[in-house]
Design a protein around this ligand. Structure first.
Ligand SMILES: Cc1cc2nc3c(=O)[nH]c(=O)nc-3n(C[C@H](O)[C@H](O)[C@H](O)COP(=O)(O)OP(=O)(O)OC[C@H]3O[C@@H](n4cnc5c(N)ncnc54)[C@H](O)[C@@H]3O)c2cc1C
Length: 252
C-alpha cells in the first residue's frame, strides 16, 4: 500500500515504564499496514526556521488491531518525543504511513530470533500478534529484549507464557535481587548459547540502537550466519558511534 497522509486522533495515553509511553490513535481514513512497518509523524514547526520535522515510530500493535498503538521512549530535549508526550485523548497529529520493509518474512522450517533493545520491541510485538505470523509461524521463536533495569521492561505480561514464543528479557543492571531473569545484555545472552542453539537455521530480526545491532551482527558472523538471514531496523546511531568532528588540518 502506498504511503498516505492521515490526520490522527489520539485515543489514549499511558506510561508503560518510567520513561516509555504508549499512545493510541485512529486515522481519518482506513489504512492497512504490515507488522514491522512504521508511521512518519509530523512534528510541527520543530525544525530549522520553524519548518516541520518528521520522526519515525514503529507500529507496536498487530495489523488487525485498532486503534493503532505506538510505544515511545521519552528522550530529554528531543523534539519528536516531547511533542508526542504532550498529546492527550482528543488531540490530533499528522502522520504518513505505512513505511518500511522490516517485516516478517515467512520461511518454512526456519526459526525466528527477535532481538530488541528498549522500544525496539515495538515491531516484534506487532509481528507476534499478526495474522501473517500466526498463519506461517516459524519453527520456533525466541524474543530477546534488552533494558538497563527491570522497571524498563516492556509488555512483560503479554510475552511471558505466550505459546510458541521463548521470551528472554535481559536486564543489564537489575536494581534488586528479586530479578530472577537473565542478568546482562542481549549480546551476553547470545554469547551464552552453545552448539544446541540453531544458529544457522534461524532468521534474525534486530531492532534498536546501532551499537547493539553492530555487536549482534559481529557475534552472528562469528557463528557463520549468512547476511541474508539478518534483518535490521536501526532506530538511532548510538552517541558512542557518532564520529567526532575532524580536527582542522594543520596549516604550514
Ligand atoms: C524506522 C524507525 C522506527 C522507529 N520507531 C521508534 C519507536 O517505535 N519508538 C521509539 O521510541 N523510537 C523509535 N524510533 C526513533 C525515533 O524516530 C526518534 O529518533 C526518537 O523518538 C527521538 O526523537 P526526538 O526528536 O525526540 O529526539 P532526537 O533529538 O531526534 O534524538 C536524540 C537522541 O535520542 C536517542 N534516541 C533516539 N531514539 C531512541 C530510542 N528509541 N531509545 C533511546 N534513545 C533514543 C539518540 O541518541 C538520538 O540521537 C524509530 C526510528 C526509526 C528510524
Amino acid at each position: 500500500m502506498p504511503a498516505i497522509e492521515l490526520n490522527c486522533e489520539v485515543k489514549s495515553f499511558r506510561m508503560l515504564t518510567p520513561t516509555v509511553f504508549e499512545i493510541t490513535f485512529e486515522g481519518d481514513k482506513p489504512v492497512e499496514f504490515e507488522a514491522g512497518q512504521f508511521v512518519s509523524v509530523v512534528i510541527p514547526g520543530a525544525g530549522p526556521k520553524g519548518r516541520d520535522l518528521r520522526r519515525a515510530y514503529s507500529i507496536a500493535s498487530g495489523p488487525e488491531v485498532r486503534p493503532i498503538e505506538l510505544c515511545v521512549k521519552l528522550v530529554e530535549g528531543g523534539p519528536g518525543t516531547n511533542y508526542l508526550y504532550k498529546l492527550r485523548p482528543g488531540d490530533k497529529f499528522r502522520g504518513f504511513f505505512p513505511y518500511g520493509d522490516f517485516t516478517y518474512e515467512p520461511k518454512p522450517g526456519r526459526h525466528a530470533c527477535f532481538i530488541a533493545t528498549g522500544t525496539g520491541i515495538a515491531p516484534f510485538r506487532s509481528m507476534v500478534f499478526s495474522r501473517a505470523l500466526a498463519e506461517n509461524p516459524p519453527a520456533s521463536t525466541v524474543a530477546l529484549l534488552g533494558v538497563r533495569d527491570e522497571a524498563e521492561l516492556l509488555y512483560l505480561d503479554e510475552f511471558t507464557g505466550r505459546p510458541g514464543v521463548t521470551w528472554a528479557p535481559c536486564v543489564s543492571r537489575p536494581t534488586t535481587d528479586a530479578w530472577k531473569g537473565f542478568r546482562g545484555r542481549v549480546t551476553d545472552w547470545l554469547r551464552a548459547q552453545g552448539q544446541e542453539f540453531p544458529w544457522l537455521e534461524t532468521e534474525y530480526y534486530l531492532c534498536g540502537g546501532s551499537a547493539m545491532i553492530d555487536e549482534v551482527k559481529r557475534i552472528l558472523a562469528e557463528k557463520g550466519v549468512q547476511k541474508e538471514s539478518i534483518h535490521q531496523e536501526v532506530y538511532y546511531k548510538d552517541p558512542t558511534q557518532v564520529a567526532a568532528p575532524k580536527a582542522p588540518a594543520p596549516t604550514a
